[in-house]
Structures are given as C-alpha cells and as structure tokens.
Design a protein around this ligand. Structure first.
Ligand code: SF4
Length: 356
C-alpha cells in the first residue's frame, strides 16, 4: 500500500468501509453494552488464547462476581483463580489481579487513558493497551492480534512470514495509519477484529461478503490462500499421562497444589505419573491396571492422552511434601482453582456431575 500514490484516500476508504460494516454487522457482545474500560480489559485478557464461545461462558459470571476494579483488587488470588478455572493460561488471571491492585493503588481504581501508562500495568502489553485506549476511550491507537494480522497481510499483500519482526513492523505501521484515518477508532479497531474473526478466516475466507474485497491485494492477485505466509511449525508432541484418583476413607481425593512455576502456580491438580507436564516429584503409588476412562487434552503444542486411574498411596510418600498435598471432597473442586482436565477426569470417574 505504501508504494501507491493515493495511500491516504485508500486508507480512508478501507477504514470507512470497515466502520460502516461494523455499524450494521457487529455481534452483540456483553462488553459492547456500555464500553466500560474494566469490561474491555477483562474481555481482552480472556480472549488472549481463548475462543470467543468459551469467553462468553465466563465473562458475565466473572464481572458479576468482581463488578469493578476495586472488587477485583480486593479479592483473594484464590477467588480470582477459581472464577478463572477452566479458561486456562492462569498466568493471565494472576496478572489481571496484580494489575487491578496497581490500578487501585496508583490510579484510584480508574484505568488511565494514556498508552505508556497503560503498558506500565502488569499484564497489559502493547496490544491490550491499544484495545483499552481505542475501544474504551475511542482514541486512535492501533491493535494487531492474530485475526487482525491475517486481515492486514491479505489486504496489503504482505509476504513476510508470521512471527517475523518485518511483518510485525509493517502491520503495526499499517494499523496505525488506518486507525488514524478512521472516524471512530472504537468502531474501526473492533471492525478489524470482527472481520478477521468472522469473514477473513484462516481457511475458506468468505471473500464475497467482505466489505474491503475490491481493495484487497490478496483477492485481486488470487493469493488469498497464500497469505499470511506461515512460520515453520513447532513439532507437536504427543504424550500419555496417568491421572491418579487416590481417595481416603471419607471419599476425599488427593490433590496437589502447584506452588511454583509460572504456568500453573496456585492451581490444584490431580497427582499424575509424569514430570513432563508439571515439575514435581512423582508420587509413589500402587495403581490399578485398568483405567476408568481416557480423554484427550491439548496444551500449547502438546497433545496429551490422560488415563484416569484409581490408585492408592505406596507407604507414606505424601508426608515428605505434605504442604503441597491436600485431601479435598470432589464436590468442592468447582470452588477451588483447577485446570479443566481435572474436572473432565472427575466427571469420567463419576465423582462430579457434568454441568447441565
Ligand atoms: S477479500 Fe477475502 S482475503 Fe481479502 S480481506 Fe476480505 S475476506 Fe480477507
């Protein structure tokens, strides 16, 4: 786009087409009712690495439980992690909680409007700051997430591979010029996210329904399937891990709380026979030779097959690390922070009901 003489008018045209499309085609998402900065912040953090359909199951429950920044900052980390249970990537919840505490202390529980100040808050990087500033405050700051990156690479015919700094620089610059040409940064940035998610999909994009089809380089040059150029894939690892259901006389199950590690700190797990997933000494157990059930779960580039197995403790192997281990009534698991695979295992074992 930069080599064309009519860059400015083309950028205005793209921006206005997308804004117009958004005004009639946007989805009615709960954080779009009032555009409260806190709601935009929570939704953006949830949407990092989690699909919209899943976020919609959690968002309203979360903001009802913690209705504003002060309430979130005053909550215990356990409460926040419990409300986050099942969304995965728990570091996001910890950073959101820390961020809320900083906003309470430094900014009287009001999110600042300025981009540099926003990025000084734990968990708020360039993208989230741009989203808060543009969507909450209608300020002309760019955003580039995965959906927007794909859309921009196609519109402008950018052939640098995903994940390269050349592509990132070109896309942030283009997004900046486009949002500066828009009438409403709030509408424009959300339009890019929305068209990227719903129309300019990774495969089989719906070009006939696209508001910028006649302005799109990839469409004009028959290169839609070639863009964006993919980075070489990291190898996917497959693993098989037994999850031990160890019960005491009252029916409580043994769980281990992750106390260190950036990935899952503070989260309760079922003991398992592998150190590859979480770094902790394996328990010495006497396990049943037959499993109660098997299910598959994906964590980043690992495809895991979990085997749910009844087991008993071999000697008193828990005593050495007693602080990490707790006996918990399986019916109380929904009230503590836990990853979604724990719930699946308990459902398979018949110790927890599936949500209706
Ligand atoms: S025309 Fe097709 S490839 Fe181009 S932006 Fe629209 S949906 Fe994406």
């Amino acid at each position: 786009m930069s080599a064309r003489d009519d860059d400015l008018s083309l950028e205005r045209l793209i921006a206005s087409r997308l804004e117009r499309w958004f005004s009639v085609s946007q989805r009615p998402l709960p954080w779009r009712k009032e555009y409260r900065p806190y709601h935009i912040w929570v939704s953006e953090v949830m949407l990092q690495q989690t699909r919209m359909e899943v976020v919609l199951q959690y968002f309203e429950k979360f903001v009802n439980r913690f209705p504003n920044i002060t309430a979130l900052a005053n909550a215990t980390l356990d409460d926040v992690l419990t409300a986050w249970s099942g969304l995965g990537y728990y570091r996001r919840a910890r950073m959101l909680h820390q961020g809320a505490q900083m906003v309470r202390e430094r900014f009287h529980s009001r999110l600042p409007r300025d981009l540099a100040t926003l990025t000084s808050i734990p968990g708020i990087g360039r993208y989230t700051a741009g989203a808060i500033a543009s969507v909450s405050f209608d300020l002309p700051h760019p955003i580039v997430d995965g959906n927007v990156a794909r859309l921009l690479a196609r519109i402008d015919g950018l052939y640098d591979a995903l994940g390269t700094s050349a592509l990132s620089t070109a896309e942030w610059s283009l997004a900046g010029r486009l949002v500066a040409s828009s009438e409403s940064p709030r509408a424009f940035n959300q339009a890019m996210m929305e068209v990227g998610a719903l129309i300019c999909r990774p495969s089989a994009p719906e070009c006939p329904a696209c508001p910028v089809r006649d302005l799109c380089v990839a469409y004009a040059t028959n290169a839609v399937d070639l863009l964006p150029v993919k980075a070489p894939r990291a190898g996917v690892r497959t693993m098989q891990i037994p999850l031990y259901l160890i019960r005491d006389a009252s029916g409580a199950i043994l769980m281990r709380r992750e106390v260190e590690g950036s990935l899952m700190s503070g989260i309760f797990h079922l003991p398992h026979g592998s150190r590859e997933l979480l770094d902790a000494a394996s328990l010495q157990v006497i396990a049943s030779t037959s499993s109660l059930g098997v299910f598959r779960h994906t964590v980043t580039n690992r495809r895991i097959e979990f085997l749910v197995v009844s087991a008993g403790l071999a000697t008193d192997s828990v005593s050495e690390t007693a602080e990490e281990y707790v006996w918990i009534d399986p019916r109380h698991v929904p009230d503590i922070p836990h990853p979604s695979y724990v719930r699946k295992a308990l459902e398979i074992a018949g110790l927890l009901k599936k949500p209706s």
